[in-house]
Design a protein around this ligand. Structure first.
Ligand SMILES: [Zn+2]
Length: 409
């Protein structure tokens, strides 16, 4: 497959005489042997044999070509929706008050437990296609609306099946430690024990996920619970991710560094010590602008400090039916730029290369170069910043996954 007539090829690999932090090549072409990119560079240097009759050509019409987006934090599989809760919040009720009255996460838990596997798959499929149309070619999917093994297993099986139904790559994460289930409300320790001795070993035995996530927050799990759960997950070979410092400073950055987490996400209340610890340990900061925006979070992540300390920043949707019901990753970038002052280059890197790093697949996803996967977007615009600026609508002409056109022309 030869993509030619590219106005600006945004490789996300700076240097080699390329332009800026995004490594842009003007007037470029990309060649792939199907799944893998074999060559990219200025059109003038295109190898002559690539113009043979056997090559499928895609004309980018002078537009931007960039890597397929990587959404490194979603809760894609669930039943039900929570628009009534959105209305209640708009009328002044707090997230915690809604949760205490049986709404919030627990209402999604009830709906997901009751849903059949087919119904869950149908909903997840619809949303995965939506993500693909927004340019996401790799999506992380967490469990966490079961909080009992049959439902957690059902969710992860659905996420696993999804790749046979929709041309999107998935990375699956076990989030049994999302909230304490109602059956265990007065014996959290027993639930932590069940996570460590029953569920995590089953996740690994059935190859349902490659990572484990924990929501560390007042009303969810403590830092001490996290250490116990992470030890069990590590022993089973799972990577670690954390939801930390969302509503309170729980010293989440320091915890993430100590647990060698691949990423620590939310971070609206991250402390200065947390920033320093994450920088030292190389933990990716997973920022979730849509969740902060949608819940009208009064705090914001310390973006300037993260940048100054050179903590790698990923941007994800946190798609979930309660606090971030969007799969528009570019929109999340716009929010991070306008509300938090994130540099637009860091926003674009954060939804491609750095997001791939958070998922442990930076070696083949999230950037454009020889031996990288041919997951590419052909945009209808001439400038890579245009989709961030002209927010709320996709600007994608073609989505290519593993060298195949999976959306558009
Ligand atoms: Zn989340």
């Amino acid at each position: 497959v030869l993509i030619q007539n590219i106005g600006r090829l945004v490789t996300m690999e700076p240097g080699h005489g390329r332009e800026g932090a995004l490594g842009v090549i003007a007037d470029a072409a990309v060649l792939s042997d199907g799944e893998t990119i074999t060559w990219c560079g200025p059109t003038a240097e295109l190898p002559a044999e690539s113009r043979s009759g056997e090559t499928t050509a895609i004309d980018a019409q002078g537009g931007v070509v960039m890597p397929g987006l990587v959404d490194c934090h979603t809760h894609l599989v669930h039943a039900g929706s929570r628009e009534r809760e959105f209305v209640a919040r708009a009328r002044g009720e707090s997230y915690q008050a809604i949760a205490a009255s049986g709404g919030g996460i627990l209402s999604t838990v009830r709906a997901t437990r009751e849903a059949s596997e087919d119904a869950l798959l149908e909903g997840a499929q619809r949303r995965a296609l939506e993500a693909l149309r927004f340019g996401t070619t790799t999506i992380e999917i967490k469990s966490g609306y079961g909080l009992d093994w049959p439902t957690e297993q059902k969710m992860l099986r659905v996420a696993k099946q999804l790749t046979t139904q929709v041309p999107i790559r998935t990375v699956r994460t076990f989030l049994g430690a999302h909230v304490v289930p109602p059956e265990f409300s007065d014996r959290r320790g027993a639930y932590v024990e069940a996570l460590c001795t029953e569920m995590i070993p089953a996740v690994v035995r059935e190859a349902l996920a490659t990572a484990c996530d924990i929501f560390v927050e007042e009303g969810a799990f403590s830092a001490e619970d996290a250490r116990t759960i992470a030890a069990a997950a590590r022993a089973q070979g799972l990577a670690m991710r954390l939801h930390v410092d969302q509503f309170h400073d729980g010293d989440g950055g320091v915890l993430a560094a100590a647990l060698q987490a691949a990423s620590a996400d939310h971070l609206d209340c991250l402390s200065a010590q947390g920033v320093a610890a994450m920088a030292k340990a190389g933990v990716v900061a997973g920022l979730l602008p849509a969740a902060s925006f949608f819940t009208r979070c009064p705090q914001r992540p310390p973006v300037e400090q993260l940048v100054a300390a050179q903590v790698p920043i990923a941007i994800a949707t946190d798609y979930n039916p309660g606090t971030a019901p969007t799969l528009d990753l570019m929109l999340c970038g716009t929010i991070a730029i306008t509300q938090w002052g994130l540099d637009p280059d860091l926003a674009l890197l954060g939804m491609t290369r750095i997001a791939a790093r958070a998922l442990g697949c930076e070696s083949h996803l999230g950037s454009i170069g020889p031996s990288k996967a041919a997951d590419l977007l052909v945009l209808q615009c001439k400038d890579e910043y245009y989709p961030l600026y002209r927010f709320g609508t996709p600007h994608i002409r073609t989505v290519i996954r593993a060298g195949e056109v999976v959306f558009g022309e």
